[in-house]
Design a protein around this ligand. Structure first.
Ligand SMILES: *[C@@H]1O[C@H](CO)[C@@H](O)[C@H](O)[C@H]1NC(C)=O
Length: 261
């Protein structure tokens, strides 16, 4: 994104209720089609922030984001952050920053989630196999501009919040419970959260989500040979970013993965 904006911010004031995973998973599965349709609608909006001719689409995108958050019951604002000056001196309105707040209890912790809903340019001539603004399902994978960066992640947060709200799960004990008095009697939101996070990744960085590794093609011998020649100096890299250790100690595994779109 080349705009100085975070066009979408969600604020959740909440504690987490005892985690009813099965109920949540069932709800999400039964709404899968609706979630994909929402992504299809969003991908169809050409909110390319680098193209001044597409600016109306970018404004429309932010209106669509705001409307969805309003329908979810959030307190929504579209915040005007002024104008952008183009190299030729012309001024152009920046997209509004959308904020949405759910809940208002100052005694509760606030989780802030943010993301952007603009996209980088995408043209068929750039090498797209399908129309970038028409979400296309190929073997169960969804292709479209913004499908991974970053419309789907923003929508995923919204749908997660929507699911929790629909199931009445976004609540915890009605008062602070001192561990010296109540410890061991209640199902505690923080331990739920630690438990969930602990199932996602090992201390060594191995992703533990079932099936995720099987979904990735193994490195072929040819790829392995090709990567041996990469110009990438591990020590230099560590110096540059100021760390003493990386996740992997060899240059084939270590280079940062570029986000795929
Ligand atoms: C999107 O692609 C599908 C499949 O090729 C096509 O049927 C549909 O008309 C396209 N939609 C738009 C809006 O271009």
């Amino acid at each position: 994104m080349n705009l100085p904006a975070l066009p979408c911010v969600l604020l959740l004031i909440t504690t987490v209720h005892a985690f009813q995973y099965t109920e949540l998973a069932k709800y999400i599965d039964s709404h899968q089609e609706e979630y994909v349709e929402a992504l299809r609608d969003w991908v169809a909006i050409e909110s390319d922030s680098s193209n001044v001719l597409k600016r109306p689409e970018l404004h429309r995108m932010m209106e669509v984001v705001a409307e969805k958050l309003r329908l979810m019951g959030g307190a929504v604002e579209l915040v005007d952050i002024g104008e952008q000056q183009l190299p030729n001196g012309q001024k152009l309105a920046l997209p509004k920053v959308v904020t949405a707040v759910f809940g208002s209890d100052p005694a509760k912790h606030t989780v802030c989630v943010y993301g952007h809903a603009d996209v980088q340019p995408a043209k068929l001539e750039d090498g797209w196999a399908t129309d970038p603004y028409n979400l296309t399902d190929i073997n169960g994978n969804l292709y479209g501009r913004g499908a991974s960066d970053n419309k789907a992640p923003v929508l995923a947060w919204m749908h997660a919040v929507g699911a929790y709200r629909a199931l009445g799960m976004v609540k915890g004990p009605k008062q602070d419970l001192h561990s010296g008095v109540y410890g061991g009697t209640v199902i505690e939101p923080m331990t739920d959260l630690i438990g969930i996070l602990d199932t996602l990744i090992s201390p060594g960085g191995k992703i533990l989500v079932p099936g995720i590794r099987e979904a990735v093609a193994p490195l072929s011998d040819e790829e392995w040979r090709m990567y041996q020649d990469i110009q990438f100096d591990l020590d230099n890299y560590k110096d540059k970013i100021g760390v003493s250790q990386l996740m992997y100690a060899n240059k084939v595994r270590a280079p940062p993965r570029k986000r795929a779109e």
